[in-house]
Design a protein around this ligand. Structure first.
Ligand SMILES: C[S@@+](CC[C@H](N)C(=O)[O-])C[C@H]1O[C@@H](n2cnc3c(N)ncnc32)[C@H](O)[C@@H]1O
Length: 205
């Protein structure tokens, strides 16, 4: 059991939302959903004490970047310490909603993957929608937003993503839904697909 994690939970139970970090099995399952051959910019919301961050940093290539967002000051300090010697990792002590500003500041156009461990279910509906919109806008075409949550309630709100796939993962306390939301590869491909369907419909009319 991580002592730091438990202490921070006691300090801010709603924000931390768990008394233990993600299990090793959950961390590996989530990392398996990232194609590290093509992941150049990855963001993580709510990195906590860094259990997912360390696995991502271990798997990602030398020219990739990882932006870690963490609201809690003690976790953010600890992440700074852990990644002090890794220039690929940028620790941001702040709200995940500052992602667009941080992308600008680092000179990145967008992210290939965004991973989230923040308790979306307790966010007020306006904040939840605004963060989902920022997340969608910050993703490259074909990019993925990966969440792990006790409930799967975000699926009903994240309708702006063109694809979503969920699994229920039992090897964590508590068990979690892992959902991958994917942005369409490109608006152009979408438009071309829509045009083909329109032609097919007209042919059969
Ligand atoms: C359930 S813990 C997950 C920690 C870690 N990712 C793990 O899997 O063990 C949620 C974390 O999200 C952070 N958090 C909550 N809301 C946030 C927000 N809006 N922006 C950044 N971090 C946030 C909390 O401080 C906490 O560290």
């Amino acid at each position: 059991m991580s002592v730091l994690f438990f202490k921070r939970f006691l300090k801010r139970p709603l924000q931390i939302a768990s008394i233990v970090p993600s299990s090793k099995a959950l961390v590996e399952r989530v990392a398996d959903k990232i194609d590290f051959r093509h992941a150049r910019v990855i963001a993580e919301y709510g990195a906590g004490e860094g259990v997912h961050s360390r696995e991502i940093a271990r798997r990602m290539s030398a020219d990739s970047h990882l932006l870690l967002f963490e609201l809690d000051p003690a976790f953010a300090r600890d992440l700074q310490r852990q990644f002090a010697h890794d220039p690929r990792v940028h620790v941001i002590h702040g709200d995940a909603a500052s992602l667009p500003d941080e992308l600008d500041r680092c000179g990145f156009d967008n992210c290939d993957y965004i991973l989230s461990g923040i308790p979306f279910s307790i966010l007020k509906i306006d904040k939840k929608r605004a963060l989902l919109q920022k997340t969608y806008d910050a993703l490259a075409p074909g990019g993925s937003f990966i969440i792990y949550q006790v409930t799967n309630e975000l699926r009903q709100h994240a309708t702006l993503f063109e694809h979503a796939h969920s699994e229920y993962f039992l090897q964590n306390i508590p068990p979690m839904f892992i959902t991958v939301f994917q942005k369409a590869v490109s608006d152009g491909a979408h438009a071309a697909g829509a045009e083909l369907s329109r032609i097919a419909v007209n042919r059969h009319a």
